[in-house]
Design a protein around this ligand. Structure first.
Ligand code: MN
Length: 278
């Protein structure tokens, strides 16, 4: 099942023809909190699943090009991220004995999340700002101190993420939390469609330049172990997301670029790059 958020924070399920509006299935979210509707759908998914499947079959569907896709989770509660999770990326950035080469955990501001129809806004004319293409896990159930063996039971689904990053010496959370620095999309693919997240191919292009090509099997720490390690630190809630790290091939963005990420079985999203400066 492919779930989207579109237009004025409406919820949709994709079928072969387009997007079927299922906003009416989530009835208890106040209008002022509509960016949180998808979190509510995730919490209630077991009860709503049958109705969502039925809606996908019976339609009517809006053509995909007639809706404005937002991030499928416009305001996740937490945005966790795994740095340095592909060795060839570590080697392109730092010495292997650098503290920055260690696997770890950082948080990105949830206000940095945007979607396929919104541009990446470059904050500085004079500093390098890079793309990082990443598989993103969406948490489905409260998860605290879960084991690697059970970890995937807590994953609701997957989406594509761009971990946009200003290079420099500041803390990661500062360099990666500018508004628009966490595009997510185009949809959440539910976990039943991806039984093994370590089998996926990731590609990224900037304009026609093929910059990143990798496989999730090459993660230093796989999705299961990321959840075990991070859930030992902080309780994860439905709708929290985890960026699983970038493979090699990161590079700078410039005003006017279009960044396109494709993850096998998850989907493809292309976003524009604009400057904040004149
Ligand atoms: Mn990253």
């Amino acid at each position: 099942m492919k779930l989207v958020c579109f237009d004025d924070y409406r919820l949709g399920v994709q079928n072969g023809e387009g997007v079927v509006d299922i906003t009416h299935l989530v009835t208890d979210v106040p209008e002022a909190w509509k960016p949180l509707r998808m979190i509510r759908l995730i919490e209630e998914f077991d009860a709503l699943k049958g109705q969502i499947e039925q809606a996908a079959q019976s339609g009517p569907a809006l053509p995909l090009d007639s809706v404005r896709l937002l991030a499928p989770l416009p305001r996740p509660g937490k945005v966790m991220a795994a740095p340095s999770n592909y060795m060839r990326h570590v080697r392109e950035m730092v010495a292997e004995d650098s503290p920055l080469a260690k696997i770890g955990l950082f948080l990105k501001a949830s206000s940095a999340v945007t979607g396929p129809s919104q541009p990446i806004v470059l904050p500085y004319a004079d500093r390098r700002t890079d793309h990082e293409s990443e598989l993103v896990m969406v948490i489905g159930k409260r998860a605290s101190k879960v084991s690697a063996e059970e970890a995937l039971d807590y994953v609701f689904g997957y989406t594509c993420g761009l971990d946009i990053t200003v290079r420099g010496d500041e803390d990661r959370s500062q360099r990666k939390s500018f508004d628009s620095f966490s595009p997510l999309g185009p949809c959440i693919v539910t976990a039943d469609e991806i039984p093994d997240p370590q089998t996926l191919e990731i590609n990224l292009w900037v304009n026609d330049d093929h910059r990143q090509h990798a496989f999730t099997k090459d993660m230093r720490e796989d999705c299961r172990n990321i959840i075990e390690r991070m859930s030992a630190v902080m309780t994860m809630e439905p709708g929290d997301v985890i960026f699983t790290g970038t493979p090699e091939g990161v590079g700078p963005l410039a005003p006017g670029d279009t960044v396109r990420i494709n993850i096998e079985k998850v989907g493809e999203m292309a976003v524009a790059v604009v400057p904040s400066y004149a």
